[in-house]
Design a binder for this molecule. Structure first.
Ligand code: HEC
Length: 186
């Protein structure tokens, strides 16, 4: 009898903890999707209108940062969302130590062909919850992040001019490109 109630109590504890984590995850994913969708929709529209990628490049260089700021300004107090990567294009998207740890784990999975884009990681750091979603390289990314020798001279010229420290080339489809991370104060 005693045994049974102990099990019941511990199950309850585990389930309340994970319910909390589930709620954090859900909320974080909601913010991640706001930024992800906005950027992707614009990117795809530009690529469609101009398949060379030059127009989309103009969008990424000129708007990705300001759109991120605009979205953050509308989020609830204590909440933010951003993109980062192990190999960044823009230095403004540089990762911190925690970002690097999470991305290195994702990268290992990606290299083993086992990274699910829905592999959401939740953690807490200095009183802030962080929710991570991996971004994988797909066909749509190759014109600007793929094999350097296949990137058009026009796009290369923009990269060289705007991002002299670019590291975000030579990716293959299925590689980890980076993450979107949302942060929520506890
Ligand atoms: C038309 C060119 C272009 C295409 C196509 C493109 N990107 Fe980028 N990407 C850029 C530029 C320019 C930046 C730097 C500006 C920014 O977005 O902050 C960038 C930045 C990023 C960043 C932010 C981290 C960093 O390195 O600065 C991520 C993550 C990213 N791209 C992922 C992707 C993914 C995933 C795809 C495919 C779905 C993709 N990109 C397609 C041009 C492109």
């Amino acid at each position: 009898m005693k045994m049974i109630s102990l099990i019941a109590v511990s199950t309850l504890l585990v389930s309340t903890l994970s319910a909390n984590e589930m709620a954090i995850k859900q909320e974080g994913v909601k913010y991640i999707k706001i930024l992800g969708k906005e950027l992707k929709t614009n990117l795809v529209a530009h690529m469609k209108a101009d398949p060379t990628g030059v127009s989309a490049m103009g969008f990424c260089t000129g708007k990705a940062e300001s759109i991120t700021k605009e979205i953050n300004a509308k989020l609830p107090k204590g909440v933010s969302v951003r993109r980062t990567a192990l190999k960044t294009r823009s230095e403004k998207n540089s990762p911190d130590v925690t970002d690097i740890k999470v991305m290195e784990a994702y990268d290992e999975k990606a290299k083993a062909g086992k990274l699910d884009p829905k592999d959401i990681q939740v953690l807490e750091k200095d009183g802030v919850y962080r929710v991570y979603k991996p971004l994988l390289i797909g066909k749509a990314c190759m014109k600007c992040h793929g094999d350097e020798s296949k990137i058009s001279p026009d796009i290369k010229a923009v990269i060289a001019k705007v991002y002299p420290k670019d590291m975000a080339v030579n990716f293959k489809e299925g590689d980890l490109r980076g993450v979107i991370v949302s942060e929520m104060k506890k």
